[in-house]
Ligand binder design. Structure first.
Ligand code: MG
Length: 161
């Protein structure tokens, strides 16, 4: 059996007047902030996409879904994730497991993690047990700590039977 590993990182700005969507789940920020971006700005799914693409050296999310392409304006990032997992499967690879860390001061993510794992698992056609989502604050340090944005780190392990 062959194995491949990939990692991904993304950050998006927190701004007023935008929805806050993380892991395909719509959340409420206590100050009404959301993530800015060309698509729905789902930073968690974007980091996962880069981890999956990285595992097979297929480039990055910007290569596959250019931010200046009107097709991806307001795009549901779970749909982009579905396209990426199709590329992975076409090449005979399967997801072993995924793990992520979301860096956000607020809102509290714990009550929503089960729903996010489920949404991502459905998009990928895997079990929620294969999708790790962890949340941390940045101890009020740096851009994420000042709530200028939300960041996410991800790793993906793939296997080919
Ligand atoms: Mg992004």
């Amino acid at each position: 059996m062959q194995l491949r590993i990939g990692n991904g990182y993304d950050i998006h700005r927190l701004v007023p007047g935008r929805p806050l969507i993380l892991g395909g789940v719509r959340l409420e920020h206590p100050d009404g902030l959301g993530l800015d971006g060309h698509s729905d700005a789902d930073v968690l799914v974007h980091a996962l996409i880069d981890a999956l693409l990285g595992a097979l050296s297929l480039g990055d999310i910007g290569l596959h879904f250019p931010p200046d392409d009107p097709r991806w304006k307001g795009a549901d990032s779970l749909k982009l994730l579905e396209q990426v997992i199709a590329l992975v499967r076409e090449r005979g690879w399967q997801v072993t497991n995924l793990d992520t860390v979301v860096v956000a001061e607020r809102p509290k993510l714990k009550p929503h993690i089960a729903a996010m794992r489920s949404a991502i698992a459905i998009a990928l056609g895997v079990e929620p047990e294969q999708v790790g989502i962890k949340a941390t604050t940045n101890e009020r340090l740096g851009p994420t700590g000042r709530e200028e944005g939300i960041a996410c780190h991800a790793v993906a392990l793939l296997h080919k039977p």
